[in-house]
Design a protein around this ligand. Structure first.
Ligand code: AMP
Ligand code: MG
Length: 428
């Protein structure tokens, strides 16, 4: 696939202004520029959980492989069921799951059958045991109106038909999917190799856990939130620590990062007026854009591709503030990394909830407020702010269970207004 340059991509955007990007435009540029990596590995089924399927999986068998019973009961011929009349059937055999009944079932006859057992030849209906009366060893009575022809029979191939696509490439494999693969008897699964993502923090004020906290310094938390988010996304990570604001150290770090990883994420040093060498070095090594995005938290962000020694990597230069890092990751980087890994990245679902908080909001930028969503006593879902929403207040992310997304056009929100939320946790 040919890699378009960033200038080719942005030249197609009418009125492109790096200092006034909307969230949607920035997302669109990233989406256009990113290509999936092409590297496949084969894994045993269990190890494929949460990995990205690299090829369509076509079923080589019918699942189930034969018509079978959905109930414990009696298999019978649907045509024997006479309207409004009781039916006394002769029991000519018994069949369990994993067995086969080889005889022929004639008019007025039935076979005792267990759930999952193949339907005997000639039978198309099962009457559950509890709907029958007067059963003994040799005969059973089917009262009128209890079953219709075809009831309680699972059809061959009704789960997966031979030759059909059981799972499409790009699927991030879930528990149900690995079960489905097992039901097809597929032992080895082609998956995309994991993305390798390198990251480091920039800022001379940063200290790493384990070091003393000098006056005026802060502990580096971004490498931990990034570690967490990347791990949850299934990436292999390369944590490069804190890189000093020194041109030599900075260039060495960027070169090493892009020689070893598919994507590089940095935090700090991309805001306007940043005295750091971060932006300078990014520009020197690659095709980069520096944006001011109409969003809060967030706003400054660098995006592009850098190269060293014939090895290249996509680069996301995130802001330094801890909440801004997380929000920028979730709303820009996450989708990009999923695409790079070949995953089918559908948009994050948004739900509507009633805001319990009044929220001040200027139109013209997208805001990502941290919220706590819970049902009220009537079961109606309500959301309130976590408290102070500063972009340095990481506690607001820890306290939250969702992000309240206030789109560009939105103005102030009054208590009782509907708002959109993106949940942190899902079922699977
Ligand atoms: P910057 O974008 O470099 O101007 O940083 C903005 C703010 O985020 C400053 O208060 C930094 O001290 C803070 N900051 C930058 N990087 C980190 C980090 N890795 N961990 C915690 N705070 C950070
Ligand atoms: Mg800084």
């Amino acid at each position: 696939m040919t890699q378009l340059s960033l200038s080719d991509i942005v030249s197609c955007i009418s009125g492109y202004d790096p200092h006034a990007m909307t969230v949607e435009r920035a997302q669109a540029v990233i989406r256009e520029f990113i290509h999936p990596i092409e590297a496949v590995e084969k894994l045993p089924i269990r190890s494929a959980l949460s990995r990205v399927l690299a090829q369509d999986i076509v079923s080589r068998i019918d699942v189930p492989a034969h018509d079978n019973s959905a109930m414990d009961g009696y298999a019978l011929r649907g045509e024997d069921l006479a309207e409004g009349r009781e039916l006394r059937l002769q029991i000519i055999g018994e069949v369990h799951a994993g067995d086969r009944f080889t005889g022929q079932v004639g008019p007025g006859q039935c076979v005792r059958i267990m759930t999952g057992a193949p339907m005997p030849a000639g039978c198309d209906t099962v009457i559950p045991q509890e709907l029958t009366v007067d059963a003994d060893q040799s005969a059973v009575t089917v009262p009128p109106g209890r079953v219709r022809a075809g009831d309680n029979r699972r059809l061959r191939g009704e789960d997966l038909a031979l030759g059909s696509v059981a799972l499409p490439r790009g699927r991030i494999l879930r528990p149900s999917d690995i079960g489905l693969l097992a039901s097809l008897g597929v032992a080895e699964i082609p998956v995309q190799r994991r993305l390798r993502v390198a990251f480091f923090s920039t800022g001379d004020e940063l200290r790493s856990v384990g070091e003393p906290l000098d006056p005026g310094c802060v502990y580096d938390s971004n490498r931990y939130t990034l570690y967490g988010m990347l791990t949850r996304l299934g990436c292999d990570i390369i944590d490069m620590g804190v890189v000093r604001d020194d041109p030599v150290a900075m260039e060495a770090a960027f070169r090493s990062a892009c020689e070893h990883a598919d994507a590089v994420i940095t935090s700090g040093g991309v805001s306007v007026g940043a005295a750091d060498y971060t932006k300078q070095t990014m520009t020197k090594l690659g095709d980069m854009l520096f944006w001011k995005i109409g969003m809060r938290p967030g706003r400054p962000m660098a995006f592009g591709r850098i190269a060293s020694q014939d090895r290249g990597a996509y680069l996301f230069g995130l802001p330094g503030n801890p909440v801004a890092v997380m929000v920028s990751f979730y709303f820009f980087v996450r989708d990009a990394l999923l695409r790079m890994s070949g995953a089918d990245a559908s948009p994050l679902p948004r739900l509507q909830a009633t805001s319990l908080s009044a929220i001040r909001k200027k139109p013209g930028r997208t805001e990502y407020q941290r919220g706590i969503l819970a049902p009220d006593s009537d079961g109606v879902w309500k959301v309130k702010l976590t408290g102070a929403q500063g972009s340095g207040i990481l506690r607001s992310m820890s306290d939250a269970n969702c992000i309240i997304v206030l789109d560009d056009a939105q103005g102030d929100v009054a208590a009782g207004d509907p708002v959109q939320v993106v949940l942190f946790d899902g079922l699977i």
